[in-house]
Ligand binder design. Structure first.
Ligand code: SF4
Length: 341
């Protein structure tokens, strides 16, 4: 891909943000309205706080902010730590750690590195379209595999297909998990609620490609949106399509409205589906989770679809795991949303 870029100068709005390690800020006609801030990072591996319910101890986020623009994304608030906002800035001000592979190699070579599981795709999608230019993932995959570090990738991006040969090669050396995020099939609703994401059809094709390459592909069917994607027919069609595409396992979860995502999502809902706002306010109150009754009801409903399409007969796999992490099966209770999707 040939990119024409324009480097921002000090007189451009958004240029010279006070970002640590900032090398330059650029814009390109390929991504109208988006500014890429290229930084030199000091660390690549991030330790997950011990108190976190995330089923992994380490993450790598080669980028911050996300072009997929999911209205419900609960990584939005992380942009506030950069003095950017959790709404439009998260969608359009993308931080790219251009030296992440070199830094990662140094960290993986340390004698203290214990080769614990590393998750990618927790705060930003590593296969958003910009990865086509920056090509950070091949170096990351190779570095992890060569160091004997197991890893998982969660994405909505068909660009992952580019790296399938590398992933297959890595899986010969270390455990590799690939998961695709897909929780709805209606392209019109997808375009409204996740306006920067590839279509459901493109993601089903990605699942098929991962499975055809011989890797198990899990699916995070999250978030299921109350009154928008949670009907019996919608869940049945989703599970049917995922089974047909060759998904190894599916985990569903109701929408989670953490602060940061909550304000952005409810504003979107008010514009697109104002009639649903009072119902959502009743369901979520002032908290982040839907009521226990709703989650239990959704768990039963998705459990039926899961059984109808044979997923109960497959060994349950989780997208990323560490041995001590245990989560209830989806049909028994809704799991805490283990990632952003
Ligand atoms: S949910 Fe994932 S894909 Fe969507 S905006 Fe957030 S990080 Fe990107």
């Amino acid at each position: 891909m040939r990119w024409e870029t324009r480097e921002l100068t000090g007189t451009d709005p958004g240029a010279l943000l006070p970002l640590a390690g900032l090398v330059r800020s650029t814009q390109t006609p390929e991504f109208a309205g988006v500014t890429f801030h290229e930084v030199l990072c000091k660390s690549a591996l991030n330790r997950v706080p011990a108190a976190s319910s995330m089923p992994f101890s380490w993450t790598i986020n080669p980028t911050r902010g996300c072009l997929h623009r999911c209205t419900y994304c609960f990584a939005r608030r992380t942009h506030e730590y950069l003095d950017l906002d959790a709404g439009r800035d998260f969608d359009t001000q993308i931080i790219v750690k251009t030296n992440v592979v070199d830094v990662l190699r140094t960290e993986l070579a340390r004698p203290s590195w214990a080769r614990e599981h590393v998750a990618l795709g927790t705060n930003s999608d590593p296969y958003m379209r910009a990865e086509g230019r920056y090509r950070l993932m091949p170096g990351i995959i190779t570095a992890l595999a060569e160091s004997g570090t197991p890893f998982s990738i969660l994405t909505k991006g068909p660009l992952l297909k580019r790296d399938l040969p590398l992933l297959v090669e890595a899986a010969r050396t270390v455990p590799v998990s690939v998961a695709v995020s897909l929780a709805l099939l209606d392209p019109e609703l997808q375009h409204r609620v996740e306006p920067g994401t590839p279509t459901p059809a493109a993601r089903l094709d990605l699942i098929r490609s991962v499975a055809d390459a011989g890797l198990e592909c899990s699916v995070l069917a999250m978030p299921i949106l109350p009154w928008l994607t949670d009907s019996e027919a919608q869940l049945d069609a989703l599970y049917a399509a995922l089974a047909d595409a060759g998904a190894a396992d599916v985990t569903t979860g109701a929408l989670h409205l953490r602060p940061g995502a909550r304000e952005w999502f409810l504003a979107w809902l008010g514009r697109e589906y104002p009639e649903l706002v009072p119902q959502y306010r009743r369901l979520y109150g002032r908290g982040s989770y839907a009521t226990a009754d709703y989650r239990s009801w959704l768990g039963e409903r998705s459990g039926r679809a899961r059984r109808r399409h044979g997923f109960d007969k497959r060994p349950s796999r989780r997208w990323a795991h560490r041995p001590e992490a245990t989560m209830p099966p989806p049909e028994a209770a809704e799991p805490a949303q283990p990632a952003l999707f």
